[in-house]
Design a protein. Structure first.
Length: 341
């Protein structure tokens, strides 16, 4: 099922406008609120191994896409299309954070980011070799989690005092028990096999106040992917993400003691809810020095992550500058010391 949005006034294709948050017609300027659109997801789900051929409603061309794509554009007429049957049943997202940064603004922000690189090559800083910049909705699971912890520990308080010519150290020992109940809401984990997990983690945080109930018009004009891993498959990963937060909280409850030795620490983390959500990401492919460099930009906040190339000359100059500054400081210290003799 191919979903395309036509302007009721002029018949042109309508796209999601990141500046207004509305479905927009570039031809006549009409803008429609997405909240008023009906849910257009079909009720049946096609089996993954079932061959489905999609055709553009504009030109009739076959839409070329892989099995994970849920929104794309026609390769012949560039019309925005949403593949509704891949967004139905268990594959229907619950929430979406719409793009708030347009393609033009994303490009400007990326060029500015490149110019700020202190150790990147001059040729890279010009940002004139961007091969592609693609707006895509990446599938995430947002987890609501509850962690219950029971802890038994031996803690000490140490104090020192002076009496006469002697310094005394007094150590008091305490048996400490903690029963802790923690709740974590909307912890994100990306569910796409294609995306680099570490790259997606670094794009956080997203502002959840902009979470919307999902509707297909948000996808018009962008690429979107469906999840490859369900919430149960990714639960071990989200649990590992919060483990250090749980440990940090447990440690904070005994911070008033001088030392803590855990005799028993049991933590039970349970999933209370999981929401299939689409997050906006601009993927930038930069062709520099005959190799491709991939960067990602948070489509809501503009945060950019990725590893730019490093200029060996700038690194050498930077270390040489640090060394010369250290030498000057040492010479100054030596001169002062010498003058005092």
């Amino acid at each position: 099922m191919v979903i395309q949005y036509k302007c009721p006034d002029c018949g042109a294709d309508m796209l999601f406008d990141s500046d207004t948050g509305k479905l927009s017609c570039d031809s006549c300027g009409r803008k429609d609120d997405i909240a008023g659109f009906p849910q257009e997801l079909v009720s049946n789900v096609f089996a993954e191994d079932e061959a489905v051929e999609y055709h553009c409603n504009n030109c009739g061309a076959v839409i070329i896409t892989d099995a994970d794509t849920t929104a794309t554009s026609c390769s012949f007429c560039n019309a925005a299309v949403v593949l509704g049957d891949r967004l139905s049943g268990n594959l229907a997202p619950s929430k979406v954070i719409p793009f708030t940064i347009s393609k033009d603004k994303a490009m400007q922000a990326f060029k500015k980011w490149c110019r700020n690189g202190l150790l990147t090559p001059k040729g890279f800083m010009t940002a004139d070799r961007v091969k592609s910049i693609t707006g895509m909705y990446v599938p995430f699971w947002l987890y609501d989690l509850n962690s219950k912890a029971n802890v038994d520990a031996l803690c000490t308080r140490i104090k020192s005092y002076t009496r006469g010519d002697y310094i005394y150290t007094e150590t008091s020992y305490y048996d400490v028990h903690r029963s802790i109940d923690l709740n974590y809401l909307k912890v994100p984990v990306d569910a796409s096999e294609k995306m680099d997990d570490k790259l997606m983690d670094k794009l956080e945080p997203y502002e959840y106040k902009e979470l919307k109930d999902f509707n297909t018009p948000y996808l018009a004009g962008y690429i979107a992917e469906k999840y490859n891993y369900d919430d149960m498959e990714l639960f071990p990963r989200v649990k590992s993400r919060i483990d250090h937060y749980v440990d940090a909280y447990i440690s904070s409850t005994t911070a008033e003691y001088s030392s803590t030795v855990y005799r028993n620490k049991q933590v039970d983390t349970q999933q209370k809810g999981a929401y299939y959500t689409l997050f906006p990401v601009w993927m930038v492919c930069y062709d520099y020095n005959q190799s491709e460099h991939i960067f990602a930009m948070n489509g809501q906040t503009g945060k950019i992550v990725g590893k730019p190339p490093i200029s060996k000359g700038k690194v050498t100059a930077w270390f040489a500058g640090i060394a010369s500054i250290s030498f000057v400081i040492l010479r100054g210290v030596g001169w002062i010391a010498g003058g005092g003799l």
